[in-house]
Design a protein around this ligand. Structure first.
Ligand SMILES: Cc1cc2nc3c(=O)[nH]c(=O)nc-3n(C[C@H](O)[C@H](O)[C@H](O)COP(=O)(O)OP(=O)(O)OC[C@H]3O[C@@H](n4cnc5c(N)ncnc54)[C@H](O)[C@@H]3O)c2cc1C
Length: 393
């Protein structure tokens, strides 16, 4: 099939990589002049790592493998210690904190550069009887059997499929990466929750991903010296936080804040058009699942399209609707949990301190397993292993 993908973020490149692997003719259109991931780091949980392995992406040495997440209150009381090594043992892949630029570099290793066209700003998509057409800002167009919208949070394609726009959740993150201060255990991530905000320090290799979450509204006025505002809100929360705050300058906050948005999960589409990644289900970063959900979209959509090729009279639009249906319930569950206010108020979380760390770790890994299409992932892993063995023979 000739498949056109709009957007060269993690969602667009991963779906393109999977479709190329499966023998399709794929072109990715990106409005920016180059393919570069900005922002800080993302957490690749075991569910996302499984898909990266299926795509043949080598994550060895990328970012930082984490063993533990410690969650505490701003007054220093422990709320939970999550054992990420136990989650990795249960789900089969390590949990990593990876700078986005490194994740994109790894996804692009071995990816044919000629399959990505930059400076290609899509302004419309038209369904046709035998496929779909993308229209670009310069007046040109491209025709394909299928168009995939991987154009992120404020997706144009989302409007074409008739889905609602993203709504702000009332929170934002001031975030970025900075050199890891001495004396911080690089396997341990921290989340600290106060009455009116929260912060995270997650080692990502030689750097640390920091975030400071505060309330936000559309009439928010950016302070002249945001670092002073962060210091007045968060100084004294933990000793490593004070060290990071002392290192940061207003320049480090130049791209922040990032308001949190949430999409209503779209209803089934129609025609040869579908969505992946943030275009389909932007969610608050609370569970750090956005990238992982984009990777799961890749796995399920590639599988649905492979099944069409195996059928004698393959039904492409039927396969797209199956993909959307398969993903909808799981993505909605993750988005719902990510939107709970638990991380935004110490008081709401205090009862959690009464639960054992073992139970909390088990609950998180059980939730992740339940939303990760484990059976499909196992089948694909088996198929890929069998085809590798065949090729070696
Ligand atoms: C503050 C914050 C922290 C986060 N932390 C995490 C985390 O820890 N873990 C995690 O898993 N996720 C995290 N996420 C979410 C994660 O970043 C996204 O879920 C992920 O990047 C989705 O990628 P995507 O490819 O769908 O969208 P994007 O990365 O937004 O890519 C969309 C691409 O489409 C291009 N584009 C847009 N419109 C057009 C057009 N009309 N024509 C052509 N090209 C177009 C854009 O230029 C861009 O390159 C976080 C998000 C935020 C905001």
């Amino acid at each position: 099939m000739r498949i056109l993908v709009i957007g060269a973020g993690v969602g667009g490149i991963s779906i393109a990589r999977g479709l190329l692997r499966d023998g399709h003719d794929v072109t990715v259109f990106e409005r920016r002049p180059d393919v570069q991931a900005g922002g800080g780091a993302v957490t690749i949980w075991s569910n996302g790592a499984t898909v990266l392995r299926q795509l043949g992406v080598d994550m060895d040495g990328a970012g930082q493998a984490l063993s533990t997440v410690r969650v505490m209150t701003s007054a220093g009381h422990g709320l939970a210690t999550l054992d990420l090594s136990a989650i990795a043992n249960r789900m089969g892949e390590q949990v990593r904190q990876v700078p986005r630029r490194i994740l994109l570099e790894r996804l692009l290793e071995g990816f044919p550069a000629e399959c990505i066209l930059c400076n290609a700003h899509a302004v419309g998509v038209v369904r046709e009887c035998d496929g779909a057409r993308i229209e670009f800002a310069d007046g040109s167009h491209a025709d394909g059997d299928l168009v995939i919208g991987a154009d992120g949070l404020h997706s144009m394609v989302r409007g074409v499929v008739g889905a609602d726009r993203a709504v702000p959740t009332g929170w934002c993150s001031w975030q970025g990466l900075t050199a890891l201060p001495d004396g911080i255990d690089r396997h341990v991530a921290f989340v600290v929750i106060g009455e009116h905000g929260n912060l995270g320090l997650w080692p990502a290799g030689s750097e640390v991903q920091w975030w400071f979450d505060l309330p936000w509204s559309p009439d928010f006025v950016r302070p002249e010296r945001p670092i002073d505002m962060l210091r007045s809100n968060f100084t004294g929360w933990t000793e490593p936080t004070d060290r990071v705050l002392a290192m940061l300058t207003d320049d480090d906050l130049a791209h922040s804040p990032y308001p949190h948005f949430r999409h209503p999960i779209p209803p089934s589409g129609h025609g040869a058009l579908t969505l992946v990644g943030d275009a389909a289900h932007t969610m608050p970063p609370t569970l750090a699942q956005g990238t992982n959900q984009a990777l799961l979209d890749t796995m399920v959509l590639c599988k649905a399209l492979s099944d069409v090729r195996r059928e004698a009279h393959g039904d492409l639009t039927g396969a797209l609707r199956r993909y959307e249906k398969t993903r909808r319930r799981r993505a909605a569950a993750v988005s719902r949990v990510a939107s709970l206010q638990v991380s935004h108020g110490e008081a709401v979380l205090r009862p959690a301190a009464m639960l054992s760390d073992r139970f909390m770790t088990w609950a998180l890994s059980t939730f992740l397993r339940s939303v990760s299409h484990r059976r499909m992932a196992d089948d694909i892993n088996r198929d890929l292993a069998a085809s590798t063995t065949c090729r070696q023979r």
